[in-house]
Design a protein around this ligand. Structure first.
Ligand SMILES: Nc1ncnc2c1ncn2[C@@H]1O[C@H](COP(=O)(O)OP(=O)(O)OP(=O)(O)O)[C@@H](O)[C@H]1O
Ligand SMILES: [Mg+2]
Length: 361
């Protein structure tokens, strides 16, 4: 049986049997509904629904919910049989705390009885997906932005940077602005997220963004409940926040300046390779106009080498930037398990959860 690869993000879980150059078989929301049963069943309102996010800002925070989610994914969706569990490879965000790594490996061996385990960093895997072992990833997901320079398959941890902002904050920002421009309309946050994915965009530069103040195409959108809203400049504000974080109330440099600073803090013999292999990944980078704006700002950089973006190979699926960590995981799974570089049940029984720091790096 092929190993299963899992990239559990703050919004989307990508999972499937390792098959290089393909999209994951399963992409589903990580958010779960917990139904709480009241003792008094007589009343129809005895069922209450709560939503639970097992993963927040990239890290597992609710282990019971995570176990339930993985159970559903592995047995119900991917067809594992109890007693015949296979091998599994997890993607890990930057700077995953040691305790989180240990808890995951422990849960997989003790509660799922997996026959083998491996974990690898999302930045490294995203580069594998485009056939590289060196480069710098800018991963803008739902809960976080990770900028990670990677040389020869190893992350420069000291030079890497994690920001605790992501798509979820852009959704909030859009909600605030839409509420202001459509004061009579009550929009559910999940609808705002859909609007963001459909309409949000980036102006080509700061001047073009300023001009959206004077003129901007007006879109009219009917919500599922029949309410009608208009979207104008809000769509540009969302994209601009990545380049001007002050829009989000943050005193930070924009995304391109952050990238340049990260690479510049690595020793200089690596600069050319890192600057010339910048990879944009994570769902938020698929925002309309983002890549063009990023490249435009990169062209204006005063560093001696200008950042240039990796073009994904043509044979790869269109969704590559959204699923690159999973896809790289599928490539790696085809190497680590056949070559016995993974953690086996015997390794785990002998060494316990701390084995993960020895075998997976
Ligand atoms: N076209 C789009 N424009 C803007 N945002 C988008 C677009 N498509 C997807 N997104 C956003 O991308 C995010 C999901 O991306 P991704 O799957 O990379 O995140 P994740 O892996 O679940 O989270 P993380 O890696 O941060 O833990 C969501 O916030 C989603 O709204
Ligand atoms: Mg992710």
């Amino acid at each position: 049986m092929e190993a299963v690869v899992i990239d559990a993000g703050s919004k989307l879980l990508k999972a499937g049997f390792a098959a290089p150059d393909q999209d994951p078989a399963l992409v589903m929301p990580t958010r779960m509904k917990r139904v709480v049963e009241d003792v008094d069943m007589a009343d129809a309102s005895a069922f209450e629904e709560f939503t639970v996010d097992p993963v927040a800002r990239g890290f597992v925070k609710d282990w019971d919910a995570m176990e339930g989610l993985l159970h559903h994914v592995l047995y119900a969706c991917l067809g594992w049989e109890i007693g015949e569990e296979g091998q599994v490879l997890f993607t890990e965000p930057l700077s995953t705390p040691k305790a989180v790594r240990e808890q995951l490996v422990q849960m997989m061996f003790e509660n799922f009885n997996v026959s083998g385990f491996y974990a690898s960093e999302q930045a490294v895997l995203s580069l594998y997906a485009v056939g590289r072992i060196s480069g710098c990833t800018v991963d803008i997901g739902h809960g976080k932005i990770d900028i990670a320079p990677v040389s020869e398959g190893a992350v420069h941890h000291i030079a890497s940077k994690r920001f605790g902002i992501g798509g979820v904050d852009l959704t909030e920002l859009l909600a605030q602005h839409l509420q202001r421009s459509n004061p009579l309309v009550n929009i559910d946050i999940s609808e705002v997220e859909k609007l963001k994915e459909r309409y949000a965009c980036c102006a080509e530069d700061e001047t073009a963004y300023e001009e959206t103040q004077n003129s901007c195409k007006k879109e009219t959108h009917t919500l599922p409940d029949g309410q009608v809203i208009t979207i104008e400049r809000e769509r540009y504000i969302v994209g601009e926040a990545l380049f001007q974080p002050s829009i989000l109330g943050l005193e930070e440099y924009g995304i391109v300046e952050q990238l340049v600073r990260c690479i510049s803090s690595v020793s200089s013999e690596n600069h050319r390779q890192l600057f010339e292999n910048v990879m944009l990944c994570g769902g938020t980078t698929s925002m309309s106009g983002f890549e063009e704006r990023f490249q435009n700002e990169a062209n204006l950089c005063c560093s001696s080498i200008r950042p240039s973006l990796v073009k994904p190979p043509e044979y790869m699926p269109e969704n590559l930037p959204k699923n690159s960590a999973w896809m790289g995981g599928a490539i790696l799974a085809k190497v680590v398990f056949p070559q016995n570089q993974h953690i086996t049940k015997a390794d785990y029984d002998e060494m316990g959860p701390a084995i993960v720091h020895k075998k997976c790096f």
